[in-house]
Ligand binder design. Sequence first.
Ligand code: NAG
Ligand code: NAG
Ligand code: NAG
Ligand code: NAG
Ligand code: NAG
Ligand code: NAG
Ligand code: NAG
Length: 398
Amino acid sequence: MRFLQISVVLCALAATAVTAQQGNTTQPANPPPAGGNTTQPANPPPAGGNSTAPGVSCGVQNDWSRIETQAQLAQLVGTNCTNLLGSLLLAGPGITDLSPLAKIESVQLSIDISGTNLRTLTGLGNLRTVGENLFIHDNAQLSNVFGLNSLTTIQGGVLVYQNPQLVSIAGLATLTNINPNKSPRFAFGISVYGNPILAALDGLQNLKSVGNVVIISNNTRLNSLDNLPSTGPFPVQSITIERLPVIKTLTPLSVFTSAANGTALKVTTCDSLTSLDGISLASVTNLTLTHNAALADVKVFGNSKISGPIVQVDDNTKLCDLSPLQTAAGGVSGAQILNTCGKPQQQTGGSSTAGGANSGGFPGGPNMPLPGSGSFRNEARFTFVTAVVGLLGTVFAF
Ligand SMILES: *[C@@H]1O[C@H](CO)[C@@H](O)[C@H](O)[C@H]1NC(C)=O
Ligand SMILES: *[C@@H]1O[C@H](CO)[C@@H](O)[C@H](O)[C@H]1NC(C)=O
Ligand SMILES: *[C@@H]1O[C@H](CO)[C@@H](O)[C@H](O)[C@H]1NC(C)=O
Ligand SMILES: *[C@@H]1O[C@H](CO)[C@@H](O)[C@H](O)[C@H]1NC(C)=O
Ligand SMILES: *[C@@H]1O[C@H](CO)[C@@H](O)[C@H](O)[C@H]1NC(C)=O
Ligand SMILES: *[C@@H]1O[C@H](CO)[C@@H](O)[C@H](O)[C@H]1NC(C)=O
Ligand SMILES: *[C@@H]1O[C@H](CO)[C@@H](O)[C@H](O)[C@H]1NC(C)=O
C-alpha cells in the first residue's frame, strides 16, 4: 500500500494536466505556522499604526487568498501593502499584470502562480522573502521569471513545473536561500520539472542553501545541469534526475552530499548519460537506476554504501560492469539489480514512462511526507492531491 501511494504521487507529478479537483474545491485553510504564533511577521495593525512602522499588511493570516482577476488583486493589496499575510494564489488567465504587488516585500506563507497568461513576473520586484513555498506552474505563456529582482529567501521550496513556454529561470538569480533551516516540514527544495523547452538552470547558481530535495525531471530540452550552485557541500535527502534526454554529465551534482541517514537517488531515462561521475554520495538509499540507454559506467559507487529498502537497477542496456553496484549494495535484501547488458532497450524516454515511475520513489523526495499525511502542508496538498485524484486511473493500470 505504501508502495502504491508512492506510485500515486509519482504519477501525479508526471501529470500533463492537473485539472481534477478533490471533492472540496475550496482552497484549503493553512494551519497556523509551527511554533505557535512565533513565525507571525511583526506587523503593526494596518490602520491607525504609526507611520514609521515596518510595514502595512494585507491578506489573510494563515489562509489562502485566491485571486483570479486584476480587480481582486487590487482590492487585496490596496495601495501600501508591504507584507502579505497567509498565502497568495494567483490563478487563471484573468491575472495579466503583477504590478499591483510592486510594494510587497514579504509573503507570510506561499505564493502559487498558476494558469495565468503572464509572460514574465514583472511586478514582484520588491519581494524579498517567502515564508513557505514558491510555486510557478502551468502558465501557458510564461517565458521567464524575470521580475523577482529582490527575492533572496524562500523558507520552503521553489517549484517550477509544467510551464510549456518557459525558456529561462535566470530571474531567480538573486535567490540565495532555499529552506536555510532545513526544516523537514518543507518537502520540495529545488523542484524543476515538466518544462519542455527550458534549456538551462541558470538562476540557481547563487544559492547558499538548497533545502532537502533536488528534483530535475522531464525538462526534455535541458542541455546541462550547469548552474546548479557550486559552493556546497549541501547535504540533501533525495536527488531525482529523470527524463533529461540531452544532458551528458552529472558532474554539477557533486556539490550535493549525503544526509546523515543517506540520500535517496533516482537517475532514470537520461538517454545521453554515459556515466554517473559527479555523484558524491557516500550513503545512497532507495536507489533507482533505470532506463538509461547510454549508461555504461557506475564506478562512482565504488566508494558508496547503498542501502534499501528499494534498490532497483534495470533496463540500462549498455551497463555491463555491475560490480561497483553489487559491492556497494552488498547484502541489501530486496535489491533488484538486473543485468540488462546488451538487451534491447525497453524504454528510452517519451511520455509513456509511468512504468519507470512505478519503480522508484516519490520525485518530491521519496522520504517526504505524502500528501494527506499530517505533516504535509496544506498548500502543497492543494497542488498535488488534486493531481493524484485525477490520476488514480493511471495507477490502477499498474
Ligand atoms: C513531461 O512534461 C511534459 C510537458 O509538461 C508533459 O506533457 C508530459 O506528460 C510529462 N511526462 C511525464 C512522463 O511526466
Ligand atoms: C471545504 O474546505 C473549507 C476550508 O478548508 C472548509 O471550511 C469547509 O468546511 C470544507 N467543506 C466541505 C464540504 O468539506
Ligand atoms: C495566536 O494568535 C491568536 C490570534 O491571532 C490568539 O488567539 C492566540 O492566543 C495566539 N496564541 C499564542 C500561543 O500566542
Ligand atoms: C510606533 O509607536 C509605538 C508607540 O505607539 C512605538 O513604541 C514604536 O517604537 C513605534 N514604532 C516605530 C517603528 O517607530
Ligand atoms: C499610502 O501611502 C501614502 C504615502 O505614505 C499615503 O499618502 C497614503 O495615504 C497611503 N494610502 C493608504 C490607503 O493608506
Ligand atoms: C532521514 O532523516 C530525515 C530528517 O530527520 C527524515 O525526514 C527522513 O525520513 C529520514 N530518512 C530515512 C530513510 O530514514
Ligand atoms: C525509501 O523507501 C521506503 C519504502 O518506500 C520509504 O519508507 C523510505 O522513506 C524511503 N527512504 C528515503 C530516504 O527516501
